[in-house]
Each structure stands twice: as C-alpha cells, then as structure tokens.
Design a protein around this ligand. Structure first.
Ligand code: ATP
Length: 376
C-alpha cells in the first residue's frame, strides 16, 4: 500500500473524555489498530479524534455527554502533521461553559473556521442511521463531507439556515397577527435563492462524483455480484428556490413553515435497482455503507488533494469472510492516508495489516482499560 500522509495524527491526550480518565498515545502515520473486548473504550478513542477534526462527536448527540461520568470537564489534545506543518488542536468543555477550541494555542472565533483543516471520515455501525433514520441524518453526513471538501459550503449553508429560520418565524408571526406582508416573504425568498442554488449545485456534483466511486467500490466488495447506486432528490432539480417558494406560499402560510427547499433534500439508496432499506440484507447494507463512506473519502481527496484520516470502527461488523477480505483488498488498492481501526479480534486485524503490508501499531486493551502496544 502506498503511504500518503498529508494529514496524520501524531499523538493524542485525553482527560475525562467519556470512559477515559487520562490517556496519552502516540501513533503510526499509517495504520493504528485498537483491539479489545466490548465496552472498553475503543470507539471512544476514535470519537475523540473525530472531535478534534470536526468539533463534534460522531456518537453523542450533545457535547456534555462526552464528559466522563462524575467529572466536570473534558479535554482533548492532538498533535497533527498537516502537509509538513505541526498543528496542535485542543478542545475542552467545562459543564455550563462554552466549548473552547484552540489551534496552536489560539482560540478560534468561530468553530466553523476549523472545519476542513483536518479532513476525517468515519465508518461505524452507527452508519445504519443513514438507512433507517430520517432525511436529516443523510443531509448531515453530506453537509459534513461538503464542508470538508469545499471552503465556501458551510458559510452558504449557515446563511441559508439562518434565513430559513427567520422566514419560518415570520410565517408564525404573520399568522398570530393575522396580517401578512407579501413583500417581506418575497424578500426572504429572493435572499435565500442564491444560497440554495449554491448548496444544490455543490450537493449535486459531489453526489454525482460519489456515485461513480460507490458503484465501483460496492462491486469490488460484493465480488462483482451486485450493483448499487445513490440518487439525489431535491426540489431544486426542476426549479429555482424563489419560484418554488412563490408556488408554495399559500401552503407555507397554512402549515407555518417553509415546505420546499434544500432543507428537504434527500439521498435515495438502491441495490440492484431496489431500495436498499427494504431489499438489502444486513451484510449488503453494511457493504453499501462502507462503499458509500469510502466513496465520500475518495471525492474529498480528489477535491482537496488531502487524504482524510480514516476512522474505521468495528471494522468487520456484519461482514462475512469473503466481503471482509474484499474490503481489505479495497483498502489495499486505494491510496489511503492514516487509518485508525477498532475490532474485538486480533487475528482478523492482523490479517488486514499483513495483507496491506503496512507499518502498523497495535493497541491491545484489556477489560480494565489497560493498554499495551506493539508495532509490526
Ligand atoms: N460520559 C461517559 N463517562 C463514562 N463512561 C462513558 C461515558 N460515555 C460512554 N461511556 C462508556 O464507554 C463505554 C463504551 O465505550 P466504547 O463504545 O468506546 O467501547 P468499545 O470498546 O468500542 O466497545 P464495542 O467493542 O462494544 O464497540 C460504555 O461502557 C459506556 O458506558
């Protein structure tokens, strides 16, 4: 496997982050494996890396849930190498205070400024939410991917969302007062329009590129037995936002919210032409989600020139032997940057690292959270 290390995490320190009271680790620039029984905190280590890169957990819905039970703060520090430069990132949260994020000892004014500096992709059992939960889960994943690959995307999304909130508030206010000023609604529609167009075009081209990779990767994982695809669903496919909102104004006034726009976008997933949710087996769904996340990885890399850090949680969950070795083949063929993975079985992970022939570091966790490590 060729080593591409545009962004690597060199070391990690945790204080009171979830079940880790104190932890200090240093990593291989290539593959790092966390191996140990269920519930010892392997995923939480991956989550802390995700936190450093995106300012958020990929598991917990609120930041406060990340503070160790009984403690009143958490602290995460990571030393990264980004294209040859040292980047020291620190995140801390005290109960009832605002989260603080520092880059090389300087506070960020806005957390969103950090997004994109350290691209990261996580593949985890939680990804089934993309199939079973509502469209907001799919938009969230897409928005993060786009924020990592396009410096203007998050700004446009935030502006759109702010105007959307204001428009919704105005619809309620007009209903309460019994008086609507149509020129105010028209102004909102016109202001939202360019942001919606930007978001639509960015999502459309990102997903078109991802679809190409997805079908290739899935084809490999399923040993050329199945095909899959994604389809972007958006109100904006047929019309611009201002025209759509003009058409739906009466309905919006009755329902008191904005019924059309990019905040309603969705992503449809198909396997052999059938909806994945209804017709995919657990193993097929898992294979699809791995292929989708690797496709997102590939597009981010193509667009930014940076290899994201890959967090692969519970790597062999629900995959049969054949599919697991095809995933390994893919990892081998794709030129990945740094990888962190977790599994309960040392043999399976060794098989992966032997096949990839890469420089790997193994962290063996026992049920008391004691860690021993060795390199191979
Ligand atoms: N805020 C918190 N404070 C203390 N412990 C926590 C906190 N949040 C989660 N935990 C604990 O972390 C443990 C789960 O850790 P984690 O999911 O990282 O395990 P894992 O090693 O990945 O397990 P598996 O192999 O089952 O995926 C649970 O025991 C949970 O109670």
């Amino acid at each position: 496997m060729q080593i591409v290390s545009d962004v690597t995490l060199k070391s990690l320190a945790l204080l009171n982050f979830k079940n880790w009271e104190e932890l200090h680790l240093s990593f291989s620039p290539v593959v790092n494996c966390f191996i140990g029984p269920n519930g010892v905190g392997k995923t939480n280590i991956l989550d802390s890396i995700h936190f450093l890169c995106t300012t958020k957990s990929f598991l917990s819905t609120t930041d406060i849930q990340c503070i160790r039970f009984g403690a009143d703060y958490f602290f995460i520090k990571g030393e990264f190498d980004r294209i040859g430069n040292l980047e020291v990132i620190q995140v801390s949260l005290k109960k009832s205070e605002k989260k603080v994020l520092k880059r090389n000892d300087s506070n960020y004014q806005r957390l969103s400024e950090h997004i994109g500096l350290l691209p990261v992709i996580v593949i985890s059992p939680q990804d089934t939410n993309l199939i079973y939960e509502g469209s907001d889960e799919r938009r969230k994943t897409l928005d993060l991917a786009l924020s990592l690959s396009d410096g203007l995307y998050l700004h446009n999304l935030q502006r759109y969302n702010r105007l959307l909130q204001q428009r919704n508030a105005y619809l309620k206010e007009a209903d309460t007062s019994g008086r609507v000023q149509h020129d105010i609604l028209t102004l909102y529609d016109e202001q939202m329009d360019p942001f919606a167009s930007y978001i639509y075009n960015a999502r459309n081209s990102f997903l078109a590129a991802a679809d190409q990779y997805l079908s290739r990767f899935y084809y490999t994982i399923s040993s050329a037995r199945e095909h899959c695809s994604i389809r972007y669903q958006s109100d904006l496919a047929d019309n611009n936002l201002a025209a759509l909102l003009a058409q739906s104004r009466q309905k919006d006034r009755e329902l008191l919210y904005t019924t059309r726009g990019v905040h309603k976008d969705d992503l449809e997933m198909y396997i052999n032409g059938q909806p994945l949710k209804k017709f995919g087996s657990q193993g097929q769904q898992k294979s699809f989600l791995i292929a989708l996340k690797l496709a997102i990885y590939a597009v981010i890399k193509e667009q930014t020139g940076l290899s994201p850090i890959l967090l692969f949680d519970d790597i062999f969950d629900k995959l049969d032997q054949k599919r697991a070795s095809q995933v390994i083949r893919l990892v081998q063929e794709m030129k990945f940057g740094q990888i962190f993975l977790s599994d309960t079985h040392p043999e399976r992970v060794k098989m992966l690292t032997q096949q990839t022939g890469s420089h790997s570091k193994f962290f063996m966790l026992d049920e008391h959270q004691k860690i021993t490590h060795h390199e191979a």
